[in-house]
Design a protein around this ligand. Sequence first.
Ligand code: SF4
Length: 395
Amino acid sequence: MTALEDRAIPTYITELDAAGLRDFVRSLGWPAYRAKQIARWVYRRGIFDFRAMTDLPSEAREVLAERARAHSGAVVTRLHAPDGTSKFAIAFPDGQVIETVLLAYRFGYSVCVSTQAGCRMGCRFCASTIGGRARDLTAGEMMSQVLIAHAEALERPASGGAGLDPDDPDSLAGGATDGGSADLLGIRRVVLMGSGEPFDNYDQVVEFIRRLMDPELLGLGARRITVSTSGVVPGIVKLAHSGLGVNLAVSLHAPDDATRTLLMPVNKKWPVHDVVAASKEYFRLTSRRVTFEYALIKNVNDSKEHAEALAQLLSGFPCHVNLIRLNPVSAGKFEPADKYTVEEFVATLAARQVAVTVRRRLGIEIDAACGQLRRRLVPTFSLGGANGGEDEPCG
Ligand code: SF4
């Protein structure tokens, strides 16, 4: 590679961990503390323009503007729903397009992050998998999604947005976390529940989580991070032993192998009982209560018998079930369960002492469920994957 070509490829700050960022500033002949200054602007203040980083010398700002970029994502579509949900289609330099969702809650914002462009798991109710898996995302590309959503949150007039002072540790944005370090401004939770199966991209996912938790970067507490899997048993066990201690969500969607295999081909490899056994192991090793996601689909998995079987499956396990009416996938063959069926399902579980919550379907007006925006963008971009919000069970 020639020196000219080398200079043409920018360094993306989000592709570096804290040590890598220090090495980068040292390579420019600067003291290591410049890394902290840059990280503070990018990760805490949502400022991606190096020329606006006023505590850096003007020459340093110019060098960074020439040699580096804060992150590699470019927002190509930005949709906003009346309930506060925003969805971003984000393109990376190689042309891959993925989706990220920002969800507004009373306590602040959650970001739903994609871990792969597309997905190969083949869940029958999911638009993300329709074109298969295009490629894995890097830890830096996952971080790009958080930072883009964060920048949006800082613009908002409510629920953790405008009025928050990045330097005020008592603001909603800057409060201490369970881990004792500062939260990412305005972003209270990061859920790896977008397009892709996180355990199909384990190493980059774990690196992303480490960077989320690194106090030199974001310092997000483990309890504020949730990894959602379609039921990849070795991944569950590996994460349990990783020491990260993040939350685990498992897309269950059926209490028996016949129904689950119909919905999720992954069940052929790792059947229901193996998935629940691995989840119990996760709880045993981490003390983190596991959440089981269950999308209620009309005449498929929503009967009283299914509810009874689910209660039996989870009997004695201190877990939580999140129920949601399926978000219909365009051109999909499944329909959401009727509302009264949902109520009956909940009542059956509650009567058997299963902790259960019915989730709202957020962002329906903007196709916030798994892969639906991507499905609309595919004719435009022909690549990529996408996914839903935190309340939209997915990977
Ligand atoms: S639900 Fe999740 S794991 Fe299943 S195909 Fe969709 S993105 Fe992949």
